[in-house]
Ligand binder design. Structure first.
Ligand SMILES: Cc1cc2nc3c(=O)[nH]c(=O)nc-3n(C[C@H](O)[C@H](O)[C@H](O)COP(=O)(O)OP(=O)(O)OC[C@H]3O[C@@H](n4cnc5c(N)ncnc54)[C@H](O)[C@@H]3O)c2cc1C
Length: 335
């Protein structure tokens, strides 16, 4: 059981900045995110795009903003449960929340801050029969740790940056054999990513199968073979340890919608005094919440996180008075 003061669901910019504001009040945080990396939409959807409305940064790449936030919160040593989704919430007898993920990891905290943004990014799954039988038994939709594939035979499907970049990375001395399967002859990814993959295929380091798609999965307990339908060659059988279809992720509010929260238009209703929800001890901040005048912007998430932790502090320490202290006066002393 992971125990903390504030359990943050969602490691997007709002969730990350919450760690900093909570740390100033000596409150510890742990973050859960269904994605394998922190940064939310900034790292998953647009890491290379410049943002122009972060105060004091005339422009900053979304990926760079994530890196800076990680640097800013490092002194407060937050814990992370990445690549897992928060699915259920229960009340412990001492009044704390117990939040359990889809992989069974349990977290206990008196305060839960939902910073879930657009929701859980769910993988777009290809329509292949019996696919679910091999999930986590050779079929994965997200690469959490490339080391998992060391020395293995891997087939990746997809034509975007994710498929190209991972195929290149794994074929570069990590996996034993990498095949990239794509429906078309051309790719949607960045030109330099496409070029790198083409060069690897020309050098025989990567097996490129275009105008083809995986139509069948075979094996006993674990995945053993894929049936690939090629435009001109018909059906080809490929032996493999893993198949990683990378067809993108689509966000859904997901399991949080069943937690008994007041929801309006797919967002959680909050009181703008402290961004509390209708469940005592549970807050909603950032893109995931709604209130009159709400703007889904990063800087609004930062403001909401700041007010929220003041309220969380009062709940955790009802007998302590919290006096606002400037960081210029007090500095930042981590844990
Ligand atoms: C293309 C694009 C450009 C943008 N440009 C700007 C801009 O210029 N300026 C600006 O201010 N904003 C911009 N935005 C919006 C900005 O990205 C969002 O306002 C911001 O990301 C919200 O941050 P967040 O932390 O609240 O949520 P998110 O960034 O959405 O992060 C939420 C995280 O919660 C996780 N999560 C959700 N549910 C669960 C669960 N049950 N269990 C575990 N994890 C969960 C998700 O995986 C996700 O990582 C842009 C958005 C897009 C898509």
């Amino acid at each position: 059981m992971i125990e903390t003061d504030i359990l943050i669901i969602g490691a997007g910019p709002t969730g990350l900045f919450t760690v900093f504001e909570a740390g100033l009040l000596k409150l510890k945080c742990h973050l859960i995110d269904s994605l394998p990396q922190a940064g939310g939409q900034c790292s998953e959807i647009y890491p290379k795009k410049p943002i122009y409305d972060i105060p004091a940064y005339p422009d900053i790449l979304a990926g760079e903003l994530t890196d800076k936030l990680m640097e800013q919160i490092a002194p407060f040593k937050p814990g992370f449960t990445l690549g897992e989704s928060a699915v259920t919430v229960d009340k412990h007898e001492d009044g704390s929340f117990i939040v359990t993920t889809n992989r069974g990891t349990k977290h206990k905290a008196p305060i839960v801050a939902i910073a879930g943004g657009l929701g859980v990014f769910e993988p777009r799954k290809p329509p292949v029969e019996n696919l679910s039988n091999f999930e986590d038994k050779g079929v994965e939709y997200i690469i959490k740790d490339p080391e998992f594939y060391r020395g293995k035979d891997v087939v990746i499907s997809g034509g975007g940056d994710s498929a190209l970049d991972w195929a290149y990375f794994l074929a570069n001395g990590v996996a034993n054999k990498v095949s990239l399967v794509h429906r078309r002859n051309s790719f949607r990814g960045h030109l330099d990513s496409v070029q790198k993959v083409m060069d690897m295929a020309d050098n025989g380091k990567l097996n490129l199968i275009t105008e083809a798609e995986v139509v069948g999965v075979k094996g006993e307990d674990n995945l053993k073979e894929l049936v690939i339908k090629h435009k001109t060659q018909g059906e080809i059988l490929v032996t493999t340890d893993h198949w990683i279809p990378l067809f993108g992720l689509s966000p859904k509010l997901g399991p949080i919608a069943d937690w008994g929260l007041n929801i309006s238009k797919n967002s959680i209703e909050v009181d703008t005094f402290d961004y509390s929800t209708n469940i005592e001890g549970m807050y909603a901040i950032g893109d995931v919440n709604t209130y009159p005048g709400k703007l889904k912007l990063i800087l609004c998430g930062f403001h909401e996180a700041t007010l929220m932790v003041q309220s969380a502090f009062a709940r955790i320490h009802p007998d302590k008075k919290n006096v606002l202290k400037y960081t210029t006066v007090n500095g930042v002393s981590g844990f």
